[in-house]
Write a protein that binds this ligand. Structure first.
Ligand SMILES: [Zn+2]
Length: 249
């Protein structure tokens, strides 16, 4: 372990000790977290949660292959290979816990797993500007900056609209837009079966070519021809069409 802060919990030393002898039995995802399901000595279940953040990613290498300076954690497998966590910007984090809820318990629902009715209900308790609300992982889990800009473009909603001002029809549009954007992104970027090698930082490969708002500043809106504007909302670069996404309220 080269960069101990990658391990959020427990201590780096306890992490190394507790990981020893663990068997990886499954790999799942919740929001932006990868979840390794582990079986430890005595059949105890443990979970390794990993958030890749901006630049984190896994590589599978033979143990003899020299580790580069961006490899911060290396998990030695019993077949002579190492699962290496590389992270140039060092924002990625790992948690080794007995229950995933310790890390992801407060997350909101997955956008692709809730019904339209449940989506409408989410708005009953929440207020505030749309973009920060959609980025809030306790509201909906797993939406990143790119997907929020794209979803708002498709739904024709201004990033600064107040969530409580949306009509039922607008909420319905937003629900369908989010699901459309995520489904398309998964189809474009998720062609690799091997999740360890799939880029998870959003706009890669085919999906980047299909962007409508994000990263298209001063380029014509594909719906109306007005120039896409870029602004900052909640410290995040935010792209929208000033004509299609009018701030009504
Ligand atoms: Zn437009």
């Amino acid at each position: 372990m080269r960069w101990q802060r990658t391990i959020a919990t427990p201590s780096a030393r306890a992490f190394a000790r507790q990981m020893r002898g663990c068997q990886i039995v499954a790999l799942t995802r919740r929001a932006k977290y990868l979840i390794f399901h582990l079986r430890a000595d005595g059949n105890a279940r443990k979970f390794l949660l990993v958030h890749l953040r901006m630049t984190g990613g896994f590589r599978l290498d033979r143990r003899a292959t020299p580790r580069d300076k961006h490899t911060h954690v290396a998990l030695q497998l019993d077949d002579g290979r190492e699962l290496r966590f590389r992270d140039t910007r060092k924002f990625g984090r790992m948690w080794l816990v007995d229950d995933p809820a310790q890390v992801v318990g407060k997350l909101g629902p997955e956008p692709l797993e809730i019904s339209a009715r449940e989506f409408h209900r989410l708005f009953e308790k929440r207020r505030g500007k749309l973009k920060p609300l959609l980025l809030d992982q306790t509201f909906l889990a797993g939406l990143g900056n790119i997907y929020v800009d794209e979803s708002l473009w498709y739904a024709r909603l201004h990033p600064l609209r107040r969530a409580e001002s949306l009509t039922r029809a607008e909420r319905g549009r937003l629900y369908r837009a989010i699901r459309q954007v995520l489904t398309r992104a998964i189809a474009a970027g998720g062609t690799s079966i091997d999740v360890m090698y799939t880029r998870v930082n959003g706009a890669s490969g085919g999906f980047r070519n299909s962007l409508r708002a994000f990263d298209r500043e001063k380029r014509p809106c594909r719906r109306c021809g007005a120039l896409i504007q870029k602004t900052v909302v909640g410290q995040r670069g935010t792209h929208f069409c000033p004509r299609c996404q009018k701030r009504a309220v």
